[in-house]
Design a protein. Structure first.
Length: 236
């Protein structure tokens, strides 16, 4: 099925609880009346990012951005806007290199310098991390855990082999389920149109667009160094 083709085959791993989750309507036999979904955007900020922020603002939707650290200073005002509009800002390293192909000391610097930079520019210390190229090993996981970061992967990757905003939109709308994390990029203009369609169509289906930390807080438990493909401990 398309959902399985689009998903990265990494199950959500959760360990000891560092942040207690709230589980709305979780009593036996109950049905959740609101479905939660998290849009995430990698590799900005760019001129496209501000247009995506405009779309999200007019629809009261929240998202999570994973900017490349080397781009942050030149777009400081945009980064502050993200934080002020209650979007989450995650760590995506300074230079977007494969952490598994460098020494532990260099990998630590990539992560910790990005944390410090984002905190300085936005006033918001990251709690979530997305590894460039999805490259992880035990050493990187230890560094992330020691820096208070959870690893965020995805359950829907609609841009894979996609060439239009319509395709991206349809892949998300047709496959979205409660607790999904959607992997997008704020680097091409198609992302703006796709975002607008995704938010409009899924809102009409009862979805609420939240940040990844909020999704995990409401559907699971937040555990340092753990990996989340969706926002759920188990099936939502």
């Amino acid at each position: 099925m398309l959902r399985e083709i689009l998903a990265l085959g990494m199950g959500a791993i959760v360990g000891t609880t560092a942040w207690s989750a709230e589980q709305p309507l979780s009593t036996s036999g109950s049905v959740r009346t609101v479905k939660l979904i998290a849009l995430t955007y990698d590799d900005g900020p760019t001129a496209v990012t501000s247009r995506i922020l405009d779309v999200l603002k007019t629809r009261n939707a929240k998202a999570t951005f994973f900017p490349i650290g080397s781009k942050v200073h030149e777009a400081a005002a945009m980064m502050r806007r993200m934080a002020s509009e209650s979007h989450a800002i995650g760590n995506h390293t300074i230079n977007h290199l494969r952490l598994t192909e460098m020494s532990p000391d260099v990998a630590r610097a990539e992560i910790e310098e990005a944390n410090a930079l984002l905190t300085e520019v936005t006033g918001q210390r990251p709690t979530v991390f997305r590894p460039p190229y999805a490259a992880l090993n035990d050493s990187v996981r230890d560094i992330l855990r020691s820096n208070g970061l959870a690893i965020i992967m995805w359950s829907i990757y609609p841009e894979r082999l996609a060439f239009s905003a319509t395709t991206v939109r349809d892949r998300v709308v047709e496959n979205a389920r409660d607790g999904d994390i959607v992997f997008l990029h704020d680097t091409s203009s198609q992302a703006v149109e796709a975002t607008q369609g995704i938010v409009d169509e899924l809102s009409a289906k009862g979805f609420e667009f939240v940040t990844v930390p909020e999704l995990i807080r409401r559907r699971a438990t937040f555990s340092l160094g753990s990996t989340y493909e969706t926002g759920c401990d188990t099936a939502c």
